[in-house]
Structures are given as structure tokens and as C-alpha cells.
Design a protein around this ligand. Structure first.
Ligand code: MTE
Ligand code: MO
Length: 241
């Protein structure tokens, strides 16, 4: 077999798919297409109800014109429920980390710099009760479909993962030192670099501590994707640092 030819055609196919994907993206979401050009970071969003977030005022503006202060709700099996504004979150000690991002649909982005609250910081803040073993994260904005009746994006992580500094989990408020771009999850998203990116939920407004596991939106919508989704070893360039 001619290995050179095989390589070329594989690259040709990849180039074709990239160009096709980018053309569709440019037509559907010009801003997202531009972001892809400048930093090679695609956007993948299943919400069809989108909002604006202004980091200076902490206000959300919905498509119907409704405005409200963004708040992160922390509840479920915790010592005491909390309700935190964006300003309160950014006033806390911030952690930063650089990691690669791997989507299950095939693309990866290297060396993204996130800032926010680390997994252990989130646990210290929330003070989960001893029977809590998972955190269910909820996102703002209605999704285009409602798999298993879920009308918004949800993800679930074991508290053991959050507690493990090696897993480099972060509730991110910034990307490249600036407030998160709208398409990449403003005002707050999770980054779990050792899991496939569908675990890294965007637009987070609620952390619900729970005794039991729950399948996330992506898993409910596409049951071939498991709830537990480690990045395959061959895609890990190196560990997050
Ligand atoms: N709320 C929400 N979070 C989400 C998604 C989404 O559609 N909505 N998509 C997931 C998937 S499949 C991927 S690949 C990443 C995409 O993040 P990005 O748009 O910042 O690249 O976010 C994940 N988190
Ligand atoms: Mo993804």
C-alpha cells in the first residue's frame, strides 16, 4: 500500500471537513467563526435561548428585554445555601490553570488559560454535607431539544473529582485573563480538562449537591456518550499544569 497517498487523502478529507464546518459556522454565527479564526477555538452550544451578560454591572439581558442580576445558586446537600453575584465571585481568591480542551466530536484546543475557583475552593465555599457525593451543575438558557425532559444543559461530577487537585477542575470566570466570552460560557463555566468537553458545562447558574449521580444533558441526548467521560489517553498531549 502507498502510505504517502493514504496520508495525503486523509489530510484532504480533514481539510474539506474543516472548511465545510467553518463555512456553516460563518453563516450561522459570524462572531463564533471569527473567534475560531483568531484563536482556533470552536464553539459548540445547544441552547437556542441566548442572553447577554455584562461583567461590569453583573446584569443578564434576555431576548425579551428582561434584565436581572446574575447569581450563582449553591444548594442541595450543603450546610447553608448560597446566592453569589458575579462581583462576589470575582472578589474571591482566583486560581489559574492552563489546559487542553477535547471535544468528543473530534477537535481539540491546546493551552487555554482559565481563571476562577478551583475544585477544592468550590468545595470549601459550598461546604457540602457528608452524604453529598456529587455536584449537579445547571446552565441558563433553554436547549433546542429536551432529552429526558431536560429543558436546560446539566452536568454531574463526583465530589472526589472536584477534590483532586491533579484533575485541575476549575469553575472559570475568565479566559486569557478576560471575562469569559459569551460563546464560551459567560459568566461562569466548568472546565474539567481530563474529561471530554461535554462535561465542561457553560453558562452555569446553579450547583446542586446531591447524594446520587445523574446523567447530563449530552448523555441524555446522545446515550452513546457515557456520563463518565475520561479523555482517551492517546488524545492527552500531556497533563494539565
Ligand atoms: N451549557 C452548555 N454547556 C456546554 C455545551 C452546551 O451546548 N451548552 N456544549 C458542550 C460541548 S459538547 C463542548 S465541546 C463544549 C464546547 O465549549 P466551547 O463552545 O467553549 O468550545 O462545551 C460543553 N458545555
Ligand atoms: Mo463537544
Amino acid at each position: 500500500m502507498d502510505s504517502t497517498r493514504k496520508k495525503t487523502s486523509r489530510h484532504g478529507r480533514r481539510w474539506f471537513l474543516r472548511t465545510l464546518g467553518l463555512t456553516i459556522l460563518a453563516l450561522a454565527a459570524p462572531k463564533a467563526a471569527w473567534a475560531f479564526f483568531v484563536r482556533g477555538f470552536p464553539v459548540r452550544t445547544v441552547e437556542d435561548e441566548r442572553f447577554d451578560f455584562d461583567p461590569a454591572s453583573g446584569l443578564l439581558t434576555w431576548p425579551d428585554g428582561r434584565r436581572e442580576t446574575y447569581r450563582l445558586r449553591i444548594d442541595g446537600l450543603v450546610q447553608q445555601p448560597l446566592n453569589l453575584t458575579h462581583a462576589q465571585l470575582t472578589a474571591m481568591e482566583q486560581t489559574s490553570q492552563i489546559s487542553d480542551f477535547h471535544c468528543v466530536e473530534g477537535w481539540s484546543v491546546a493551552d487555554l488559560r482559565w481563571g476562577g475557583l478551583s475544585g477544592p475552593q468550590v468545595l470549601a465555599l459550598a461546604q457540602p454535607l457528608p452524604q453529598a457525593r456529587y455536584v449537579v451543575l445547571h446552565a441558563m438558557g433553554r436547549t433546542d431539544r429536551q432529552p429526558d425532559g431536560l429543558d436546560h444543559y446539566v452536568e454531574c461530577l463526583p465530589l472526589a473529582d472536584l477534590a483532586d487537585p491533579q484533575r485541575q477542575i476549575i469553575l472559570a470566570l475568565t479566559l486569557d485573563g478576560k471575562p469569559l466570552p459569551a460563546d464560551h460560557g459567560a459568566p461562569l463555566r466548568l472546565i474539567a480538562p481530563l474529561d471530554m468537553a461535554y462535561k465542561s458545562i457553560k453558562f452555569v447558574d446553579r450547583l446542586e449537591f446531591s447524594a446520587t449521580d445523574r446523567p447530563g444533558w449530552w448523555t441524555a441526548a446522545n446515550p452513546i456518550y457515557p456520563s463518565d467521560a475520561p479523555v482517551p489517553a492517546q488524545r492527552l498531549r500531556r497533563k494539565a499544569r
